[in-house]
Design a protein around this ligand. Sequence first.
Ligand code: CU
Length: 458
Amino acid sequence: MMSRRSFIGAAAGLVSVAALSGRAQAASIPEAHYATSAQTQPPLSPSNAPEYQPVVTLNGWSLPWRMNEGVKEFHLVAEAVVREFAPGMKVHLWGYNGQSPGPTIEAVEGDKVRIFVTNKLPEPTSIHWHGILLPNGMDGVAGVTQPHIPPGKTFVYEFEMKTSGTFMYHTHSDEMVQMAMGLMGMIVVHPRDPDQHRVDRDFVFMLSAYDVDPGTYAPKVVEMTNFNMWTFNNRVFPGIDPLVARLNDRVRVRIANLSMTNHPIHLHGHYFSVTGTDGGWIPRSAQMPEATVDVPVGTIRAFELVADNPGDWALHCHKSHHTMNAMGHDLRTFIGAKQSRRIVRAITKLVPDYMPMGSSGMGEMASMHMPGPDNALPMMTGTGQFGPIEMGGMFTLMKIRSGLARNDYKDPGPYEFPAGTVAHEVQGRSPETLRHNGVEGTKIPTARPSGHDHHEHH
Ligand SMILES: [Cu+2]
């Protein structure tokens, strides 16, 4: 996870390519900014009025712009990128400006924007601005509203950001391949009145899924359902940075889903309200308290909470297979099965690389550190202050602390629990448990070494 040092260092990962900018100036195309790191970048504060609370893109960044006679100009470059999903695994994707997902585009309600799109992919592309109300010819549906952008060419889109809210951009050309390769990013349009929908911290990320066979480097683009990498902004646990909040901050989390299935995203320790979708803001009268929000495919859900409960709170997809990294789906369930040496020997004759495990669950796998193929992550991994976390995929923490500075997003480290507030082992014997199956006094068998008296005092 992001350390204080890597966060500062990461800011230097934001570079612009001088050679390109030289050529671009001549053609009046704004310079293209690139990010070389998958670390969360500090928020991009607005350099011109009006003022707003910039978003923090989880393991990402916001795209700098230039003003040109009242128009905000951005430059996206579609190209092949290498994205680190987590330390130990890099995936060859298509993205924008050095990363996938591409940088977040931030604007203000009423802004006129001009977005240049250069195609450095080996095939034609286009960009659709999902959720933005704009003239038909700017909608980016290749073949329908515009010609494809050929490789090597730059197209320009021009429209007004009429409404504030959370939107996205993604390819609308050879979509099955180009979406599966990661051509997507977020758009955040801030209200013109900075007091409207004001929060103290505003996080944004996308949900995606990839099928990358262990030991390989590119996703299988024809996969329809059987994905093995479930990502927040194309990162998997333990590669996803925490969402850091100051105690009692009002926090917004904006989540877009461009995977092939829905993701129920659950936050521990708090209630929140869904305040926005990719169709705009939800009136207060239509909001209700939630602890989990389902984010359907092709939509955005933005929720808000008051971070009034200090600690390290899990924020994760509630489909338990989505909080894992690649695994063998053909693993059988052995819970409760005796795996004696005789049985293991018999199975090994039939299945030479059979490995006996899982007779008491699979948590043990998180601490086994089995040697895997190159460029593969353990199925379940991560270590917390109390031991193995046994997670992967769509899992991170919201870290809520008192005493943080207003713009401090650095990982504060593990939560220091006040004395006596952590669940702990109880000394002494457990009382007899009654089974409510009509038989009075039936004891639940307990796993004790044979020969010990059941009532023996420890
Ligand atoms: Cu999920």
